[in-house]
Write a protein that binds this ligand. Sequence first.
Ligand code: DOR
Length: 439
Amino acid sequence: MPSPESLLIRHAHIILPNGELMLGDVLTRDRRIVEVAPEISTTTPTTAIDATGLTLLPGVIDPQVHFREPGLEHKEDLFTASCACAKGGVTSFLEMPNTRPLTTTQEALDDKLQRASSKCLVNYGFFIGATTENLPDLLLAKPTPGIKIFMGSMHGQLLVDQDAALEAIFAQGNRLIAVHAEDQARINQRRQEFAGIHDPAVHSQIQDNQAALLATKLALKLSQKYQRRLHILHMSTAEEAELLRQEKPSWVTAEVTPQHLLLNTSAYEKIGTLAQMNPPLRSPHDNEVLWQALQDGVIDFIATDHAPHTLVEKAQEYPNSPSGMPGVETSLALMLTAATQGRCTVAQVANWMSTSVAKAYKIPNKGAIAPGYDADLVLVDLNTFHPVRREELLTKCRWSPFEGWNLTGWAVTTIVGGQIVYDKGQLNTKVRGQALTFL
Ligand code: DOR
């Protein structure tokens, strides 16, 4: 691999670690940021980027994605997914274990790391998935951001929905546990009640707010009993947000997706099964409560739950249509557009999409623009708008639930380890990310 060059980013609006904005320069060398100052002059050979009018943020760390390799590459693979990441300003991702084979052993984890090292344009980390039988693997696997438990909304080995099995996992070891919190028993019962209805809107009624609340309550209870580090993935309901607002131990974190903030059940009318995901889209009231929880720190950060399925698969009649939607290419622009509309600040977006994620998963040297940090950066343009267009997407599934939305804050240049991986519509497919480490 060519050694990363020295890069000088000039005249950028830089989001500093304290949230303040500074007009200035950033110098990188050997994958790291070496200087941040109003004006930097250097004598060493350096590639310069004129960032006049652009805003520099720490690269997005997307902490929940499903990239489908190995086994489901017709939907997405690590190369196409990482290209989509680079275009979306995502410089690191944490990927989920529901691939084929499942990532439930060290061998499967090593296989993913090996594949990623040869084809990923951005940095990568992989969760280890819990089954009812792989406790020894869960205790030893590394490197991994944590243990993923599907408490519901899954079938086969990755479903862990019995209290005793869950308790056994919470009771042993001290590694972070990330839960997909939906109560499978309630979902099963409601599936029968609503059987025969093919309107995808019924998905939000079957996997209702109560199903999410029940599972989140149980996960919280187990986490408190064992003082176990818990992360609640894609929290979707007002009820869960209120629960966490009342009692959130210091060792618990939660995330929300852009789609649970920005879309609601009215989306089924417009885009049908493309709006189908787990946990499902909720009401406008849930949108509002989730925004407030994010503002108040009850929710810590943002993940996309990028879960691509082909349009042919999605075109099947509900309930045969699979759940999930892509997201890595649009998440940053969606959140920055929300910032320009006054919903939040650009500094908050940088915190929710990078700083706070690095902190929660203890990823060293990431999530801030400061000397010593890794040079994972994204330059965005907050002055122009451009619509989400299907034909411009790099995700293999080539659709977005946000198609037609006119967004600002698109990535202009994405930098991974001091190397330009994406610049004004062009990818540098020679760049390779690195395996993330977790303290
Ligand atoms: O909608 C979803 N689809 N939610 C998940 O958690 C899994 C995902 C998938 O892998 O398709």
